[in-house]
Ligand binder design. Structure first.
Ligand code: CU
Length: 110
């Protein structure tokens, strides 16, 4: 019993240290809605460490696929999906299922 309690306390401390050290938690969430086969807003700015959250209100699946390939996010119908931004740059993206759906994320260094 004593050993188990010690190890769970150690784990909790480790998790707290990771949470404090992680730059990811310092960022904000940039929300992009998907409705009627379009990203809205289509053009957003963010910083390294921020998280993009796509909210798919459509009845079909979409993706957010970066043109030059650094990421490809599946956004199931009626669900949300997130992506943590780890690199600065301008990322043009599209939906693989509906290539006329496009967006842009401009990521600046933190
Ligand atoms: Cu789509």
């Amino acid at each position: 019993m004593q050993t188990a309690r010690h190890s769970s306390t150690a784990l909790l401390i480790l998790l707290l240290q990771l949470a404090i050290a992680s730059p990811a938690l310092a960022g904000v969430v940039v929300r992009i809605k998907i409705a009627d086969m379009a990203f809205s807003p289509a053009d957003v700015t963010a910083k390294v460490g921020d998280t993009v959250e796509w909210v798919n209100s459509d009845f079909v699946d979409h993706t957010a696929t970066a043109k030059d390939g650094p990421w490809d996010v599946m956004i199931v119908a009626g669900k949300t999906a997130t992506l943590q931004l780890t690199k600065a740059g301008t990322f043009n993206y599209f939906c693989r299922f509906h290539p006329n759906m496009t967006g842009k994320i401009s990521v600046s260094a933190n």
